[in-house]
Design a binder for this molecule. Structure first.
Ligand code: FAD
Length: 466
């Protein structure tokens, strides 16, 4: 039996940060990775959100020298694909004027291959003094008097200490500690993706600073495309309950699009790998801790409820878990009751804020891109009618405006209930009492002197003209 203060299972982003923060607090820490090195078993999540640069100062040290796959991009594209498989239009966007978060002004995501990023991150933990044991599968939890006191590895070696389960979506720690037997099928998604190799210069020449694309369509659940230094991923996902065909069938619908094929040709993209991963996607995380055990990252169900950004939440919960572990160990109390502090800690972070509207955010995603046949069948043509309808010279413009309005009216029986069911509850939660303003034009005008002034001067101008 080997004795540690903290035993971390998993050396993904959650495990490495937990190990680093625990070691920085003077705790004797070990973290385990079943792969030969961190990142070997994980080629999934890849877009790093800007919040990471503010919350983790060492992120400034992430450079192409240490992470050759990295590629930053400020622009993202949404493609709208109609039922005939034609890209009916697209919108490109950059960080907007209202963005107040400094790092996010220059890039939307920093894309990295996990095989580069995870080892880089784990090195901060070993530098801080944590011991990393690779090529070691943790197979069980060690119990004494029915209480978890540590872990057992595949060789039967025992390690005692407070256990931090950072072992990803299929978490042995969650299962064996009794925190979760298995995911509800409606809480976990399956995400198949292709990895394509592309010459870096070609990506820059053709894509510029585009980093990310989302393909919206009734033919498949929303697909994402993420560009790296020398390639891109194309993937899509949905809850396990949704698939009525092999998930590859839907991914191949994107690959077969003429537009996508053209992109493949101009980029000279070559298929390199195929992956399929599970990813938890919940409105609120499940059970997160019990006596002497804390779950972080995917193991605890922490990916963002709207778009499943999971690396940042894993790192934030890894840090919160280490802080609580340090307090618990110095108080000689690692009971579930003491570890309740963990929930209070992560709830005070940026991801706690995210989960305040978690059920509503997850519901919108479920109703929109994850219900392609029901929702995208009217959403895509409606958006395209609004965006593209006016730019048409086949009639006088006034005639076209009337035609567009008449046509958009056809979608209202679907759009209005959708908004009432899915959008208004979210706005109510976000805006609270200010929601009144949206439903009452008088209140809106009364609360905005600038608007009152603008309306008054518009009327004055009209009178003068008359
Ligand atoms: C296709 C896909 C795309 C995604 N894209 C993004 C994205 O763009 N941005 C983003 O932020 N998130 C993304 N995510 C989510 C993100 O990948 C995860 O949320 C994140 O990796 C969670 O980190 P983690 O440390 O909790 O778990 P993981 O990254 O899964 O790490 C767990 C580690 O534990 C190891 N391990 C597991 N079991 C054991 C064991 N018993 N013994 C020893 N070692 C073990 C594994 O090998 C692994 O290294 C994506 C996910 C998928 C599936």
């Amino acid at each position: 039996m080997k004795n540690y203060d903290v035993v971390v299972v998993g050396a993904g982003p959650g495990g490495s940060i937990a190990a680093m923060e625990a070691a920085n607090r003077g705790l004797k820490t070990i973290f385990f990775e079943r792969g030969r090195r961190p990142g070997e078993k994980n080629s999934s999540g890849c877009g790093l959100g800007p919040r990471m640069w503010t919350d983790f100062r060492f992120m400034k040290e992430l450079t192409p020298e240490v992470c050759p796959s990295m590629r930053a991009g400020a622009a993202s594209r949404s493609y709208f694909v109609n039922k005939q498989g034609v890209v009916a239009g697209y919108v490109m966007a950059r960080p907007t004027e209202s963005v107040s978060y400094e790092p996010a002004k220059s890039f939307i995501t920093m894309n990295v291959y996990r095989s580069d990023f995870d080892p880089w991150l784990a090195a901060f933990a070993t530098k801080a003094g944590a011991e990393l044991k690779t090529s070691t599968l943790v197979t069980g939890l060690l119990r004494e008097n029915d209480r978890v006191v540590g872990i057992i590895d595949e060789h039967g070696e025992k390690y005692r200490g407070l256990v931090i389960g950072a072992d990803g979506v299929v978490s042995m720690v969650a299962r064996q500690s009794g925190l979760r037997m298995r995911w509800d099928q409606d809480h976990v998604t399956l995400v198949p993706q292709y990895d394509f190799a592309v010459d870096p210069q070609r990506i820059d020449d053709i894509m510029g600073d585009e980093t990310l694309a989302v393909w919206w369509s009734a033919l498949f659940p929303a697909a994402y495309q993420v560009f790296f230094h020398d390639g891109f991923h194309l993937g899509l996902g949905n809850w396990m309950t949704w698939w009525d065909k092999n998930p590859l069938y839907y991914l191949d619908q994107v690959v077969k699009l003429d537009y996508f094929q053209r992109l493949v040709r101009v980029l000279d993209a070559r298929p390199r790998e195929y992956h399929a991963h599970l990813l938890p996607w919940l409105g609120s995380p499940g059970n997160t801790h019990t006596d002497n055990v804390i779950l972080v990252g995917d193991a605890g169900g922490f990916p963002c409820p709207l778009e499943a950004e999971g690396i940042y939440p894993a790192m934030i919960t890894g840090r919160a878990a280490a802080e609580v572990a340090a307090d618990a160990i110095s108080s000689s109390d690692t009971s579930k009751e003491f570890l309740d502090l963990y929930d209070r800690k992560w709830q005070q972070t940026s991801i706690g804020e995210e989960f305040k509207t978690g059920p509503e955010l997850a519901r919108i995603w479920r109703a929109l891109p994850f219900s392609p046949k029901e929702t995208m069948s009217w959403f895509v043509p409606m958006i395209m009618e609004i965006l593209g309808g006016i730019l048409d010279w086949s009639q006088p413009h006034a005639v076209r405006v009337r035609q567009v309005m008449r046509h958009v009216k056809l979608y209202l029986p679907q759009a209005v209930p959708f908004i009432m069911r899915n959008v208004l509850p979210l706005l109510e939660k976000i805006l609270g009492e200010r929601m009144d303003m949206l439903t009452s034009p008088e209140k809106l005008i009364a609360s905005m002197p600038e608007l009152q002034e603008a309306i008054a001067s518009a009327f004055e101008e009209k009178e003068e003209r008359a």
